[in-house]
Design a protein around this ligand. Structure first.
Ligand SMILES: *[C@@H]1O[C@H](CO)[C@@H](O)[C@H](O)[C@H]1NC(C)=O
Ligand SMILES: *[C@@H]1O[C@H](CO)[C@@H](O)[C@H](O)[C@H]1NC(C)=O
Ligand SMILES: *[C@@H]1O[C@H](CO)[C@@H](O)[C@H](O)[C@H]1NC(C)=O
Length: 785
């Protein structure tokens, strides 16, 4: 339809009844608090099958010669119902859209129609897909589609007039909500002439040119036109006359004229029709990309235009998810009702289940300190959470989505009875909020919301208001999904392997050669004899003694080591060389000041392009199984392995505990939060092929000292589209060592050093406990300013 023809003037007609129940959320207003409950946030991808309606069409092979009808019919649809069907929808399409728009419409909204949906196209149309369509004889795909439209109506009248209560003419780029449409039409008498749609009179320029009388209108085509069977019965004998006596080139205007002349009625003059038959003016290119959650779109019976067929699926998913949400809400309400009844029956102890709990932000009452559930602080841009080591984080997509959804549902509740109350309340902004997730009972929100109050009954007024909303979102019961593995496959399942890993390994055995690959250790070193000694003992255990294929390259900065330290280090290496063979270990002497980048660069240069390098530090302790993870997680030309190592806290702080006394022991494989933390931000330990290191330009050897060179390299890999694989590796432990931050470091490196030093001290929990015992800190006087 031409865009410019929607300027309309609308009159009110009382008496049209709308039986639309949409939001099904419970709302309880209590002193400015509302505690609605909505179930979890699942949007799409739910494992609940769409409710299918009885779209029951049988298609017979084409037999054009056998048909002597005025129109050739490609497919014959056989009616089996004796009873009248509800709604027959004829969708006007064209050859070029039969395999795109028609298919997406058929697979989406057409299923929601209680009745039948058939597509009408030009003569000689074919489709690759199994969709019900009629190829109209003597009709082409030219625009305007007047002949197509009248032929379609004739076809519907000829074949289905007595078989359906309602008939609809729809465009192939419209979306029809079958269930809402049915609810609406059930409230209207189909035995009377009815002509329902969005009424138009043409644009200002067209007034007088459409040959309409002063009070004449027509139903606009794009958003769909509904006829009662009585209307179709009345116009059917005259369709031929109408198509031969056209006044304009507008197909919908001509249908309107035909209905007015022969059924004696105009298109419904009702303001609401603009909303129910919804034309999207907001989005220039259509397809409802940003407006799906708009109030009008929610309550619309039809939506137009959807130019991109894939958006039919997106829209369908959206409304299907809404239905799931509503059904879950219903389920929770019923559970509550059962609980209420049980209480009356005094059976609460027996059958009370948590899904039947009344919504409350204080459902869970902790009895122990450690059970207290924290609240996360949420503002527009960031989230501050006690659950993060670094408490403040940016707002991520899923949180934003959850918050938007919560607000959206909340506004729905607030505005539920707007019309009766004579006011609407518009959402402006969430100023801030608190969120608490209770794994058993659901999610609670306390939101400070900025709203605009608009009174439109009596004396109108607009006023900004702020409200605290207390919201609780209950979880539904756990759903189980069958594992796609067969029983036989499950039997083969190694108990050591997660089903996920197993599925990925099925059929692709780990190549044995990969497990034998030589790992080249590159270890930068300056002084630190004691640590080096420990590191080499560990290395002997996991590599040398077990004859693992590995090579050790120690890069020693002699300038930063005392002469006796250098001697000591060389002595240690010498011992292992003697015991296991000189070719397995080498010491490279580097001159100048310690620079980790330079050390790693030098080490790498000793290896060939196809060698697997493992850049490590003397503070790391390894277990034997970490070697195979290095080999398997590093893929030449494809992937770099950045293990996340476990960093132990300062044992002195850990053991600063009088009850433990001298028994304080740091167990190497104790990964509890008290003992250390996973170094999520550490990029120093990495495994890569030399060729990949070279490809991205290697380490930046201009970086002095320690820190920064690793982040620089990481960035280079990311920029060069090489996959970075990061995972917690339980075979790598960073042993605590006291950190001294040299004030001569470059300021940014110095800051990083101080940061590292602070994070290594102890867990936040323990530090807090320690502070609570420090009388001098707690009781100190606040200096007056
Ligand atoms: C519907 O309209 C027909 C024809 O005007 C009338 O006979 C019938 O009683 C109406 N039905 C209802 C439920 O109003
Ligand atoms: C001391 O150790 C005991 C036993 O492990 C523990 O319960 C307690 O919380 C620790 N106290 C401090 C201050 O670390
Ligand atoms: C990495 O991929 C992006 C997007 O595919 C591309 O624009 C960029 O040029 C690629 N960079 C390199 C270094 O290949």
């Amino acid at each position: 339809m031409a865009k410019s023809r929607y300027g309309l003037h609308i009159n009110f007609i009382a008496g049209t009844v709308f039986g639309l129940c949409f939001g099904v959320f419970l709302s309880t207003w209590c002193r400015n608090k509302f505690i609605p409950c909505a179930p979890s946030f699942t949007r799409s991808g739910c494992c609940i099958e769409n409710l299918q309606f009885n779209v029951n069409i049988e298609v017979e092979p084409a037999d054009q010669n056998a048909l002597k009808s005025s129109q050739a019919i490609n497919n014959i649809f056989i009616e089996e119902a004796d009873e009248k069907g509800f709604l027959f929808v004829g969708v006007m399409t064209a050859k070029k859209y039969l395999d795109s728009r028609a298919v997406s419409a058929y697979k989406t909204w057409a299923r929601s129609i209680n009745g039948k949906v058939v597509f009408f196209s030009s003569e000689g149309s074919t489709s690759k897909y199994d969709i019900p369509f009629v190829s109209l004889k003597n009709v082409d795909d030219s625009y305007p589609p007047q002949k197509k439209s009248f032929s379609m109506l004739k076809y519907m009248a000829d074949h289905y007039l007595d078989k359906y209560e309602w008939f609809m003419r729809a465009d192939d780029d419209a979306f029809v909500k079958g269930d809402l449409m049915e609810q609406f039409l059930r409230s209207v008498n189909s035995s009377k002439p009815q002509f329902i749609g969005q009424a138009g009179v043409g644009t200002k320029e067209e007034i007088g040119l459409l040959s309409l009388g002063n009070t004449d209108n027509y139903c606009m085509g794009g958003t769909g036109i509904v006829f009662s069977h009585e209307t179709l019965r009345k116009i059917a004998p005259h369709l031929k006359y109408c198509v031969n006596n056209l006044y304009t080139t507008h197909e919908d205007v001509e249908i309107g004229r035909c209905v007015r002349q022969f059924a004696g009625i105009p298109c419904t003059w009702a303001f609401e029709m603009q909303k129910l038959f919804y034309q999207n003016f907001k989005e220039y290119r259509g397809s409802f990309i940003d407006t799906l959650q708009d109030k009008e779109v929610q309550t619309a019976l039809t939506m137009h235009p959807i130019k991109d067929p894939s958006y039919q699926y997106r829209i369908n998913n959206h409304f299907t998810s809404e239905k799931i949400l509503a059904l879950r809400q219903k389920e929770i309400e019923l559970q509550r009702e059962i609980s209420d009844m049980n209480q009356l029956l005094n059976e609460q102890t027996k059958t009370m289940n948590k899904y039947g709990l009344r919504p409350s932000v204080t459902t869970f009452i902790p009895t122990k300190e450690k059970d207290v559930l924290g609240w996360e602080y949420v503002s527009t841009r960031s989230v501050s959470s006690h659950l993060n080591v670094n408490p403040r984080k940016g707002m991520n997509a899923f949180r934003k989505h959850a918050l938007d959804n919560t607000v959206y549902q909340t506004m729905d509740i607030i505005n539920k009875n707007s019309r009766q109350r004579g006011r609407t309340i518009d959402f402006k902004d969430v100023l801030y909020g608190y969120v608490q997730t209770d794994p058993l009972n659901g999610v609670s929100y306390i939101l400070d919301i900025l709203l605009t109050y608009r009174k439109h009954k009596g004396k109108t007024m607009n006023a900004p208001v702020r409200r605290h909303a207390y919201l609780h979102q209950t979880f539904t019961e756990t759903e189980f999904i069958e594992d796609p593995l067969t029983l036989a496959q499950r039997d083969q399942l190694d108990s050591q392997m997660s089903p996920f890993t197993y599925k990925h390994l099925i059929g692709s055995k780990i190549p044995q050669a990969k497990l034998k690959e030589t790992v080249h250790f590159i270890v930068p070193l300056a002084g630190k004899v004691r640590e080096f000694d420990r590191f080499m003992k560990n290395y002997e255990d996991i590599c040398l003694r077990t004859r693992e294929n590995s090579q050790m390259h120690v890069v020693l900065f002699t300038k930063n080591s005392f002469p006796d330290e250098v001697e000591e280090i060389l002595k240690i290496v010498g011992q292992y060389q003697k015991k296991y063979g000189g070719e397995l270990l080498e010491v490279l002497e580097a001159d100048g000041d310690f620079a980790r980048a330079k050390a790693l660069d030098l080490g790498a240069k000793q290896c060939s392009d196809d060698d697997l390098l493992f850049c490590v530090d003397v503070d790391i302790l390894l277990t034997a199984d970490s070697l195979n993870r290095i080999r398997l997680n590093t893929i030449q030309n494809v992937q770099i392995y950045y293990p996340i190592v476990f960093s132990q806290y300062d044992p002195d702080t850990l053991c600063n505990n009088k009850t433990l006394g001298s028994q304080c022991n740091v167990e190497p494989l104790d990964f509890s939060p008290r003992m250390g933390y996973w170094r999520q931000f550490g990029y120093g330990i990495a495994a890569m092929y030399r060729s990949d290191l070279e490809k991205v330009g290697g380490y930046d050897t201009s970086i002095q000292g320690w820190g920064k060179e690793d982040v620089d390299l990481f960035d280079k890999f990311v920029q060069n589209n090489i996959t970075v694989f990061r995972a917690v590796d339980t075979g790598m432990i960073h042993v605590f060592h006291p950190i001294r931050c040299d004030v001569n470091l470059e300021p940014s490196q110095f800051q990083m050093c101080i940061g590292s030093k602070a994070t290594c001290l102890a867990s936040q929990q323990q530090l807090a406990e320690m502070v609570l015992q420090m009388k001098n800190v707690l009781d100190r006087e606040v200096p007056s300013v």
